[in-house]
Design a protein around this ligand. Structure first.
Ligand SMILES: Nc1ncnc2c1ncn2[C@@H]1O[C@H](COP(=O)(O)OP(=O)(O)OP(=O)(O)O)[C@@H](O)[C@H]1O
Ligand SMILES: [Mg+2]
Length: 306
């Protein structure tokens, strides 16, 4: 009896030690959660925000914009000045690291410029409520998320604040070319994507790339921004996607960034960035006639991918 009691005591004691170790381990994760919850936004609404327009009448004016990332002592955008008229379809092109994505981040006010300004219909972004500002945009980001969710929810998450039906989701999927990917999934729009859950189905890089822009298309906003929606797509598919998009985006201000010049050559105006500077602006025809940086890039593409 004594031996058994001793064994029981020992057993309980070791359980106690194990539980204490568990508690400590979970405590470390809880710390992460609290640190996350304690994060303070760095972009704050102004004390008296000006009313944000719900439709764009004039356009976006970018003036002498200079920007450097926090903790860096080198500007990545130098005196960029450009205007994008309401309803215009423009493209931003340039080499890797020329500042295209950075410009989009500033447009959405993820950061504030070091100097210069961005205004929509004459109102400086810093005078608007950031939440209201972001409602003006439908954005496809270059480093998009791969949600471990159904195909339907993966598209629907592009507009969690808006009501829409399955027809709107199917329309967005057709626009981005995701419909052909989803058609072949075992449970269609209800297929669980990714590798986390049961009955899952992982997509290829190019298949995810077709699905993600549908998230921007399902959202109804006056400004559409697409950062590399054509990455990993072949030349014809890329051109088709941009063509279809521009067709439905009539009247919506649209900014497309692409390394495939043949996919964006039909936009109203093309801005060429080089090492953070705006070096050329014009239509495809006018830029080809000038024979500068754009013409050089375009000819290179024709040689490499005829
Ligand atoms: N979060 C960041 N912190 C610090 N520097 C950054 C950050 N993001 C980008 N940069 C720097 O800013 C410059 C411009 O980057 P950006 O992402 O705007 O280029 P990009 O034109 O979009 O290139 P790509 O065609 O490769 O997408 C690069 O030199 C890059 O090193
Ligand atoms: Mg980029």
């Amino acid at each position: 009896m004594y031996v058994q009691a001793l064994q029981r005591c020992w057993g309980n004691f070791s359980q106690l030690v194990l539980r204490a170790a568990d508690l400590r381990e979970h405590g470390l994760f809880i710390d992460d959660v609290y640190q996350f919850l304690d994060l303070k936004p760095t972009i704050l609404p102004p004390a008296l925000p000006k009313p944000t327009p719900t439709t764009i009448r004039e356009g976006i004016t970018i003036k002498d914009l200079c920007f450097r990332y926090p903790g860096s002592d080198e500007d990545v955008l130098h005196n960029v000045t450009m205007t994008i008229r309401a309803g215009e379809h423009v493209a931003i092109v340039g080499h890797n690291g020329s500042g295209k994505t950075t410009l989009i981040k500033l447009l959405c006010r993820v950061y504030d410029p070091r100097a210069g300004s961005i205004a929509i219909d004459g109102i400086d972004l810093r005078d608007m409520d950031p939440e209201a500002l972001r409602r003006l945009y439908s954005v496809h980001v270059q480093g998009f998320a791969r949600f471990q969710e159904t195909a339907r929810r993966n598209i629907a998450l592009g507009a969690i604040d808006q009501d829409f039906d399955d027809e709107a989701i199917a329309r967005a999927a057709r626009l981005s070319g995701a419909d052909r990917v989803i058609e072949r999934l075992p449970a269609g729009y209800d297929t669980m994507l990714g590798r986390t859950f049961a009955r899952r189905h992982e997509l290829s890089a190019g298949q995810w790339q077709r699905l993600a822009p549908a998230r921007a298309f399902v959202r109804d906003a006056p400004i559409v921004v697409l950062d590399e929606p054509t990455a990993a797509l072949d030349a014809t598919t890329a051109r088709d996607m941009v063509d279809r998009l521009l067709e439905v985006a009539v009247g919506r201000t649209t900014i497309v960034i692409s390394h495939r010049l043949s996919a964006v050559m039909q936009t109203d105006r093309i801005f060429v960035l080089d090492q953070g500077r705006l070096v050329e602006t014009g239509t495809h025809q006018s830029l080809m006639a000038v024979g500068g940086r754009y013409a050089q890039l375009f000819r290179m593409e024709e040689v490499l991918d005829p």
